[in-house]
Design a binder for this molecule. Structure first.
Ligand SMILES: [Zn+2]
Ligand SMILES: [Zn+2]
Length: 231
């Protein structure tokens, strides 16, 4: 029998991975297991403050206002780079991917940090409205359950930036000091500041500065992804 005659039947059985377009028999949320393996931790020898690899003997060149910072996964991990696929997809409303990602965030090892409050980096209200969800806050909820620590949405973003993707580094770093305002009590508290993806760190910096202005005792940063180089 001619192979071509069988093709329509074959096509009906094959599911293609939405990440790498390879046939996917195992996986989750339309992505094959090989793609999910791209969810990899950050390399070991990185700076404990900015989570970049800039050598141990150099002072951290990144502008930070926190003592320690890390992420669960490397944004550029895997082939195709999985964070680069997943995050824009989730932000475009791919709820299945978000659920699958948060499910993994419920199980991966976390840094052994004590905190009094978990504070998500804020998004602008219009953006939350448009997307119908807030990934940073969803991650904060996961952490609140895992760590048994209260979550507090004490930050408000006032600055309406257009998407940071595709903008030059110099522009991304330009964000007014009052872009993030504190609207809650953080005095003498140890804060775990969380966000979805940490790229230039400008939003995190403004968040941390707002927390500092309110007298936070200690600030540490944990994000889902760290972009280890500019892309
Ligand atoms: Zn795949
Ligand atoms: Zn550093």
């Amino acid at each position: 029998m001619d192979l071509f005659a069988k093709l329509p039947a074959l096509r009906g059985e094959l599911l293609l991975c939405r990440g790498c377009l390879a046939p996917a028999s195992h996986g989750e949320a339309g992505l094959c297991s090989r793609c999910w393996e791209g969810l990899v931790p950050l390399p070991e020898d990185r700076c404990p403050r900015c989570a970049l690899e800039h050598g141990e003997d150099r002072d951290c060149p990144e502008p930070t206002a926190w003592s320690l910072g890390t992420a669960l996964w490397d944004y550029h991990g895997g082939r195709p780079p999985f964070g680069e696929l997943l995050l824009p997809g989730i932000k475009a409303g791919e709820r299945g991917w978000m659920r699958a990602l948060l499910h993994r965030a419920e199980e991966v090892p976390l840094p052994e940090w004590d905190a009094d409050l978990i504070v998500p980096a804020p998004t602008t209200p219009w953006r939350r409205l448009r997307r119908g969800f807030d990934l940073a806050d969803a991650f904060a909820r996961v952490l609140a359950v895992r760590l048994g620590t209260p979550r507090a949405t004490v930050l408000r973003k006032t600055w309406r930036a257009t998407s940071q993707t595709g903008r030059p580094e110099s522009q991304r770093r330009r964000m007014p000091k009052k872009a993030v305002l504190l609207k809650g009590e953080v005095r003498a508290k140890r804060i775990l500041l969380v966000d979805d993806v940490w790229t230039t760190g400008t939003t995190l910096l403004r968040c941390a500065q707002a927390l500092q202005s309110g007298g936070a005792k200690e600030i540490r940063v944990l994000t889902l992804f760290r972009a280890l180089r500019n892309s």
